[in-house]
Write a protein that binds this ligand. Structure first.
Ligand code: 2AM
Ligand code: CA
Length: 272
């Protein structure tokens, strides 16, 4: 059975508390689908409320830590080496459409590096968590990345840069290359859950560009503690700085990097 540290308990409790409100709001979204205005405002309020709940819980437990949050931005703490990084609702478009695939992501960054992470899939009641050096878990069970060694057996996840996101043309050669060689490419709509699913071996690898720190911070720790490798798409370490991300099991990480590199070689962004 997973022995949760006091730190992980604080994070798990905050995620569960916020989830109660989010699930209630998710139930309402279906009713709102038919209204003229649509549920967009309602969802952004749900998002904000969830973030406030998480922030209040974390503050109660660790009053000196700082914050980086999707909705409310940065709040400096007295303790400059510990900072919470929060995405209260990752997979907003799914939530808005009544698709039960969204996550609450809470990370603790320590001295500039992701140290602990919790990702809660509230609709499935799956709590993914990890702390540096302590392994990764889903609910009570230890998780590990998949052992599949060949791209031809692999199911990969990605994010498609839709409206308002840059890099739509650059996305095409990479996804096309993976379409040729893998068992499948999925687009599930939550970066945090994509990482949690790589960590738990459901998916073999994940890549995406132009993400924010809060989309990936918790997932980075969870994948690494599950035995996976996480870099950016150049094989470097810029994932936390709004860069790209590539996470996979150790057998497939290099193959994914080189597939993308080959596919994108010579790519020139078309004129706007
Ligand atoms: P969100 O639901 O919290 O917005 C889907 O590809 C993933 O990208 C989701 O995790 C989504 O997070 C994130 N995402 C959506 N729009 C984004 C944007 N403009 N910048 C960065 N990440 C974004
Ligand atoms: Ca997000």
């Amino acid at each position: 059975m997973a022995l949760r540290s006091p730190l992980i308990n604080v994070m798990v409790d905050a995620a569960k508390k916020a989830a109660r409100g989010l699930l209630r709001d998710f139930g309402e979204v279906e009713q709102l689908q038919v209204s003229l205005k649509g549920p967009a405002d309602f969802v952004s309020n749900a998002d904000r409320r969830a973030e406030q709940t998480i922030m209040a819980e974390l503050k109660k437990a660790r009053p000196r830590f700082g914050f980086l949050m999707e909705e409310q931005g940065v709040e400096e703490g007295e303790d400059t080496s510990n900072r919470w990084i929060i995405d209260p609702l990752d997979g907003t478009t799914n939530f808005l459409h009544g698709i039960p695939h969204f996550g609450i992501s809470i990370a603790l960054e320590r001295d500039g590096h992701p140290y602990a992470g919790v990702i809660y899939d509230a609709a499935r009641d799956e709590m993914f968590f990890a702390e540096k050096g302590q392994g990764a878990y889903m609910n009570e069970r230890r998780i590990r990345v998949a052992g599949r060694e060949k791209l031809e057996d692999a199911v990969l996840t990605t994010g498609i840069p839709h409206r308002g996101r840059p890099g739509r043309d650059l996305f095409i050669p990479g996804v096309r290359a993976f379409m040729e060689v893998t068992a499948g490419v999925r687009r599930l709509g939550s970066a945090a859950l994509d990482l949690a699913w790589v960590a738990s071996g459901r998916c073999d690898g994940y890549w995406e560009r132009s993400l924010k720190t809060w989309d990936v911070a918790a997932g980075i720790v969870i994948v690494r503690e599950a035995g996976g490798i996480v870099t950016d798409i150049e094989g470097k370490d810029s994932m936390m700085d709004g860069g790209s991300i590539l996470a996979a099991n150790p057998s497939l990480h290099a193959a994914m990097l080189s597939t993308l590199k080959t596919a994108e070689k010579g790519f020139v962004e078309p004129a706007a």
